[in-house]
Design a protein. Structure first.
Ligand SMILES: C[S@@+](CC[C@H](N)C(=O)[O-])C[C@H]1O[C@@H](n2cnc3c(N)ncnc32)[C@H](O)[C@@H]1O
Length: 208
């Protein structure tokens, strides 16, 4: 918890939250990959201290491949030491790789069956948000899915206390999210048992 808070204070734009996600949100974010048959290729973007990483690792099976992309070197070291390295020692038959890089140019190749993304999009400029979604959707398999989350009503709550230009950005991010939702068969699940309450959003590769 303190690891996360210290990174939030030193790097709010990238971390974008004051608290790591809880177990209920982790379950919702990983719902489809936990149900799917294998072998699966899975990508996690922005693990932070690893609440989704831990849940994904628990459900990996022989033949699966799991890639993690994180921009912050502090979180990379923590994820490697706390989650990936102990997992590899016990499961040498499963490929688990960490890439210290922004997702925009991370050295990963698709297709991935499942992408689980923890990025704080409401902190980013709209062109970056569009670029990151373009990259992630381009890495998705034909019948793959991409899960991301946002805090419930975050744009509505932020709008009155931000500058006019930030408000404009939030409106553009909202419009982009709605357009993705339409084009990629979006579904949304509210998770009240998270601090703060969050909405897990799932997009499919392409509307049929
Ligand atoms: C809101 S935190 C989420 C952490 C964790 N998934 C959770 O839910 O508790 C966002 C994470 O995304 C990482 N991040 C931000 N921008 C990134 C980028 N462009 N590429 C990869 N990771 C990024 C941050 O360093 C941070 O670890």
């Amino acid at each position: 918890m303190l690891d996360f808070l210290s990174q939030t204070l030193s790097n709010f734009r990238h971390t974008g939250a004051v608290w790591p996600s809880g177990g209920r949100l982790a379950r919702e974010m990983t719902a489809s990959l936990r149900k799917a048959g294998g072998p699966r290729r899975i990508l996690e973007v922005g693990p932070g201290t690893g609440p989704f990483t831990a849940m994904i690792l628990r459900h990996l099976r022989p033949g699966d491949e799991f890639h993690v992309v994180e921009i912050n070197p502090f979180f990379c070291k923590l994820i490697e030491r706390r989650h990936l390295e102990p997992f590899r020692r016990q499961h040498s038959e499963i490929t688990v790789a960490l890439h210290e890089s922004p997702i925009e140019d991370a050295p990963v190749e698709g297709p991935f069956d499942h992408i689980v993304c923890g990025l704080p999009f409401n902190n980013f400029p709209p062109p970056l948000v569009r670029g990151i979604f373009r990259r992630m959707l381009g890495l998705l398999a034909e019948d793959g899915d991409l899960a991301y989350f946002e805090y419930a009503a975050v744009r509505v709550m932020k709008a009155p206390v931000t500058s006019p230009s930030s408000r404009k950005n939030l409106r553009r991010i909202d419009a982009h999210a709605k357009s993705l939702h339409r084009r990629h068969q979006g579904s949304r699940r509210l998770v009240m048992a998270n601090f703060p309450p969050a909405i897990a959003v799932r997009l499919r590769h392409q509307a049929s």
